[in-house]
Structure formats: structure tokens, C-alpha cells
Design a protein around this ligand. Structure first.
Ligand SMILES: Cc1cc2nc3c(=O)[nH]c(=O)nc-3n(C[C@H](O)[C@H](O)[C@H](O)COP(=O)(O)OP(=O)(O)OC[C@H]3O[C@@H](n4cnc5c(N)ncnc54)[C@H](O)[C@@H]3O)c2cc1C
Length: 419
């Protein structure tokens, strides 16, 4: 990853999907940036000064360079964020650069293991969608998720780990006892030990129009780069977990009037007590229980209102933006294809979860039980939110990533001994 550069300027249209994707990307890699509405005096001046008064939009001005018709893929390539592996074989390959994968990369590389990390997105995982993690050990004033990821990524690279970003693992197999992984970027490597840390992805809201309006009024997660633009506006948030609670607080603290749409009969079962209290006392937050969004109103292609159904009937509520925070599901199709066992929901089974009345899983080749974070394939570990029964916390993911490295050393010693 390149180090953070001086502030870049994005010129585009509010409500335009490409502009939103650029702002979201820059926010999540913690790159300072300013957005200027196309046609505004500031935007015209910047483009004129950069010598590109008629640049194709969206445009990104990075010092002397103007990226016309800019896209996330184009910027990532220009800034060399997407790299290529430097070797064919690694001691450890990590799938996912969220807190679990990044922690593993820091500890493995600092222990001298050749380490490669793939992520289909930018580093940070779910944490990169969080404006402020308030309960992570050692940060009494909180730390932004993107900032935490940037620091961890830099630390991993400092020790020699290679980060392959915007290049997810799509499948793999086995070569001579080594695991082979294939990435969407077209790379193929083998590794003695693999750590699966692909976390979770947002559960989709199944109502008409969501996909068409993504980035144009509808956002999965807290839509952090969008939230700052919602001051004084009516917005809605769907969900009742901690991520929904954080999104609601962030929006209301930015001055938005927030309606929180909750299916159940309260927040206490699914949300941390401190958030429930803050939401209850915030004057700009209106919690609608026993309610669900059934329709989106967007007459000219931009969200204007949401239709909510509750026991009292249906009601149209004004809303310039809808943030969907209804939890996640694991991303493990590629691991299941390699033969890693999952539970019914797709979470990876590890250690004691694989034992059936004390019996080892079918096909297990070693004369020991699977280690605590080990899947049914020796040397193939899982850490963080993707693991069956995991604690869905940044601290827990980091701890498991670090533990997986200690276990990787045990497996490498077995391999060296021919087991
Ligand atoms: C909005 C929000 C707020 C939160 N706030 C807090 C908080 O305040 N405190 C707290 O403790 N926890 C919080 N959490 C939970 C916390 O962020 C997660 O528990 C933590 O990020 C899990 O880390 P992880 O590394 O296991 O997975 P993730 O963070 O999900 O990271 C997984 C990474 O793997 C990548 N990936 C997925 N599939 C592939 C593939 N096939 N190939 C390559 N890469 C892949 C993803 O792109 C992602 O970067 C919050 C979560 C959300 C969504």
C-alpha cells in the first residue's frame, strides 16, 4: 500500500454512484480528500488550475495529476495499491486483510515467516466501515477503523508481509501437500500454512430497487463518507445490532434526523447497553419498532422516501438516504470448494467443533486432534468473524489472528519433521 498522500480532490456529482464509490474508497484507505460538487466555483477553479477545465467526471486531482473519468480500479492501479506476489511459495498465506488477517500478517512477518495477504477490497474489513471503534483495547478515546487498518497494514509491510489488495481469493486446491490459492487478480501461489480470515459481508435487503439505488441514496453499512453529507436531512437506518447503532449515532451526531427501522420489539437484545442509552437520549433519533421497509420511493432515480410497514399499517417517511445494517453472512464458498468444513450458515468449523463425540473428522490424517483454530485440513486455520462461534469483536479477531500464527509455527515444525 502506498503511504497516505497529501489531500486529493474529487470532483463529481452528489448522488452519482462512481463519485460515491471513490469517496467511500478514499475514506476506507484513510486517504485525506475533499469532495467538490461539479459546477461549483471551487470545482471549476480546481479543474482550471489543474489545466483540465473540461475533465471527464468524476475527476480526482492528485497534486499535478488529474485522473479523468476516475474509478476505484484505476486509482488503485495508478497508486500501485494492487501489487503482484514476489514469489510462488509462502510459509503463510492469509485470506482477508481485516483485523484478524492483518494481525496475523504483523506477527507472522515479524517472526520471519514469508507472508502474503489477499483481500478482495481495501484493508480493514468491517472495521474500515466504522468511524470510531470505542472499545478496542488501548484507545481510550477510540480509533477510526480505517486508521487502525492503515497502521496495521503499514506495520505488516514494514516486517515484509506482501499485501495483495482488490484481489480476492476465488479458489484453490492442493499441490504436493501444499495449499494452492488462486486470486481474482490472476495470481496463483502455494503456501505451507493458510489462514482464512474473510470475515462477513453485509446481508442484502431483499426489496425492489435496492441494487439500482446503491450509492445513490442506498448504502450497505454506515456509508461513512456519505454520513457527513446528511446533516439537516431525513435519513433511515435498518437494523438493530451494534453496527446499526453506531451508524445511527454517527448520522445523528452529524445533524441528520434519523429514523431507525427495527423489526423486533427492542434494541437491548442485540445492541451494547451504552449504545442503547445514547440512542434513547438523542433528540434526533426516532426508533420505530415492529417495523420494516417495504418500498423505496425514488421518482427521478434518487431516493426521496421509504415506505415502512408496522402493526399500524404503512407509512411513507421522507428519507434522502437509507443505510442497511442488518448483519452479515460469511464469505466461504472458495474455502468450501477446497474442502474446508462449514456449519449450515457457512461459518468455518475449527478445533473442538470438528470432533464428534471425541472422534476426529473423517479423513483427518494426523495422530493429534485439530488445533484450536485449525479446520479439518491440517495447517489450514481460520480466525475472526468467519469462524463458527467467534466473538464478533475487533479485539477478538486480532487475538485470534495472533494465536493462529503461534499455531502455524507448530504446523510448520510438523511439516519439517515430515508429518
Ligand atoms: C459498522 C460496524 C461497526 C463495528 N464496530 C465495532 C466496534 O466498535 N468494536 C468492535 O469490537 N467490533 C466492531 N465491529 C465488529 C468488527 O468490525 C468485526 O468483528 C471485525 O472486523 C472482524 O474482523 P475479521 O478480520 O474477522 O473480518 P472482517 O473485518 O470482516 O474482514 C474480512 C476481510 O476479508 C476480506 N475478504 C472476504 N472474502 C475474501 C476473499 N475471498 N479473498 C480475499 N479477501 C476476502 C474482506 O474484504 C475483508 O477485508 C463492527 C462491525 C461493523 C460492520
Amino acid at each position: 500500500m502506498s503511504p497516505v498522500r497529501p489531500t486529493v480532490h474529487v470532483i463529481g456529482r452528489v448522488g452519482d454512484r462512481e463519485s460515491y464509490e471513490l469517496r467511500d474508497f478514499l475514506t476506507r484507505i484513510a486517504q485525506p480528500h475533499e469532495f467538490h460538487e461539479a459546477g461549483s466555483p471551487g470545482a471549476e477553479r480546481l479543474l482550471k488550475d489543474a489545466g483540465a477545465p473540461h475533465a471527464r467526471l468524476p475527476a480526482v486531482i492528485d497534486g499535478d495529476v488529474v485522473h479523468e473519468g476516475a474509478s476505484v480500479a484505476g486509482l488503485a492501479s495508478a497508486w500501485r495499491i494492487h501489487d503482484r506476489p514476489s514469489r510462488l511459495h509462502y510459509d503463510l498465506a492469509v485470506v482477508g486483510a481485516g483485523p484478524a488477517g492483518l494481525a496475523a500478517a504483523v506477527y507472522a512477518a515479524s517472526d520471519g515467516l514469508s507472508t502474503i495477504v489477499f483481500d478482495r477490497d481495501v484493508p480493514g474489513g468491517q472495521a474500515s466501515h466504522t468511524s470510531l471503534i470505542e472499545n478496542f483495547f488501548g484507545f481510550p478515546d477510540g480509533i477510526g477503523g480505517a486508521e487502525l487498518a492503515r497502521r496495521a497494514g503499514r506495520q505488516a509491510e514494514k516486517f515484509g508481509a506482501e499485501l495483495m489488495l482488490l484481489s480476492g481469493v476465488t479458489g484453490g486446491g492442493f499441490d504436493d501437500g501444499k495449499v494452492r490459492l488462486r486470486s481474482a487478480g490472476g495470481d496463483e501461489i502455494t503456501a505451507d500454512v493458510v489462514l482464512a480470515a474473510p470475515g462477513m459481508e453485509w446481508r442484502r435487503l431483499e426489496i425492489a430497487g435496492v441494487d439500482e439505488l446503491l450509492g445513490r441514496g442506498v448504502y450497505y453499512g454506515a456509508g461513512r463518507s456519505e454520513a457527513v453529507r446528511c446533516g439537516g436531512e431525513d435519513v433511515a437506518v435498518v437494523g438493530a445490532g451494534n453496527s446499526a447503532g453506531q451508524a445511527v449515532m454517527h448520522l445523528a451526531n452529524s445533524g441528520a434526523r434519523v429514523r431507525m427501522i427495527v423489526r423486533g420489539d427492542g434494541l437491548a437484545k442485540s445492541m451494547s447497553g451504552y449504545l442503547v442509552e445514547r440512542i434513547r437520549h438523542h433528540p434526533l433519533i426516532d426508533v420505530r419498532l415492529h417495523s420494516r421497509v417495504v418500498e423505496l420511493v425514488a421518482p427521478d432515480g434518487h431516493l426521496e422516501a421509504v415506505v415502512v410497514q408496522s402493526g399500524a399499517g404503512t407509512e411513507q417517511l421522507p428519507g434522502r438516504a437509507l443505510f442497511i445494517c442488518i448483519g452479515g453472512q460469511p464469505r466461504t464458498g472458495w474455502a468450501a470448494d477446497i474442502g474446508v468444513a462449514t456449519d449450515a450458515a457457512g461459518y468455518l468449523l475449527t478445533g473442538p467443533d470438528l470432533l464428534d463425540d471425541g472422534r476426529r473428522p473423517a479423513g483427518w490424517p494426523l495422530d493429534r486432534d485439530p488445533l484450536v483454530l485449525e479446520t479439518g485440513i491440517p495447517g489450514f486455520f481460520a480466525a475472526g468473524d468467519v469462524r463458527h462461534g467467534s466473538t464478533k469483536r475487533v479485539g477478538a479477531a486480532v487475538g485470534e489472528g495472533a494465536t493462529a500464527v503461534a499455531l502455524a509455527h507448530l504446523r510448520l515444525a510438523e511439516l519439517a519433521a515430515g508429518r
